[in-house]
Design a protein around this ligand. Structure first.
Ligand code: ATP
Length: 278
């Protein structure tokens, strides 16, 4: 469980980036953290992983303050930043040095994921391309089997087959005792993967809802499929036609389009959040 309460954070004395932020995340879910450039996603991730300390308020991960970086916190955390630094080692040597930090690390799982990502396990890390390095770190992170896995832009640099592989692997990685928090601009890469959506803008959380609940209250469809008077909240022209977001009055099940939800929320945050606060 992650509890962020009344969090304030400032990089400098003049401006507060977060001012009284609240966020509660539960184990057993994959959270998609979405926001424009500069919204505050990476900063929030750094606070949750203990790389930055709250200026005021609290952040607790399974009851522990991340900034204290206690051993029992660190051995249950894996953070993949957007740009991964890897030391000049062979993959084998890297595992020998770093896997002992993670009590639940599985060598067999790491090897299986490397195979699924078509990475040659005999290679030097520095001989790998950007995407290959990223896939190696993702394989290692999943094999570390930590209770908290935080990924900043995990699909950035992955080719199309690797993105498909990533989604397949991540779908198996969701576990009852694990929180996965991933931030992305590649919304379509994670549309079907995440269980819960967090949309940030200007350092505030505009929307934080489970996909199931979003589907219960909103429906997404093409404008031409609308019958009768519908309560249209947002519409967007796409190459295939106009997509609309409406209130779901009739228990209709439509396929949630996270990108359209994101655009709808940013275009009228008060309207979209009011649907969930009624
Ligand atoms: N080291 C820093 N010093 C001062 N300001 C910073 C620093 N890092 C980030 N910021 C500022 O904090 C704000 C939030 O940045 P952050 O990196 O958290 O956003 P983000 O949502 O992750 O953006 P992106 O999608 O571009 O990665 C931005 O206005 C940024 O300029």
């Amino acid at each position: 469980m992650i509890t962020v309460d009344n969090l304030t954070y400032s990089y400098n004395k003049k401006t507060k980036l977060f001012n009284g932020l609240h966020l509660h995340l539960q184990a057993g879910k994959i959270y998609g953290l979405l926001g424009k450039n500069g919204a505050g996603k990476s900063t929030l991730m750094k606070i949750i992983t203990g790389l930055l300390s709250p200026s005021e308020g609290t952040c607790l991960v399974n009851g522990l303050p991340p900034q204290q970086r206690e051993k029992k916190f660190l051995e249950q955390l894996f953070f993949i930043p957007e740009e991964c630094y890897l030391p000049p080692l062979t993959i084998e040597k890297f595992i020998a040095i770093y896997s002992p930090f993670y009590p639940r690390f599985s060598h067999a799982t790491f090897t299986r994921y490397l195979e699924e990502f078509h990475i040659n396990g005999d290679k030097e890390l520095q001989q790998l391309s950007f995407g290959q390095k990223k896939k190696t770190v993702i394989a290692f992170a999943l094999a570390a089997n930590t209770q908290l896995l935080v990924m900043d832009e995990p699909t950035n640099g992955l080719d199309i087959p690797s993105k498909i592989q990533f989604r397949k692997i991540m779908a198996q990685a969701n576990k009852a005792d694990r929180i996965i928090l991933l931030s992305t601009h590649q919304v379509r890469d994670v549309n079907d993967l995440v269980n819960s959506i967090i949309i940030m803008d200007n350092s505030s959380i505009l929307l934080h809802e489970d996909k199931q609940h979003i589907n219960d209250l909103l429906k997404f469809c093409y404008k031409q499929a609308l019958v009768g008077q519908e309560d249209v909240l947002y519409e967007e022209n796409t190459s295939n036609g106009t997509i609309v977001v409406c209130r779901n009055h009739g228990n209709v099940s439509t396929s949630l389009d996270v990108e359209i939800l994101f655009n709808a929320t940013l275009s009228n945050p008060t309207l979209i959040s009011s649907i969930f606060n009624q």
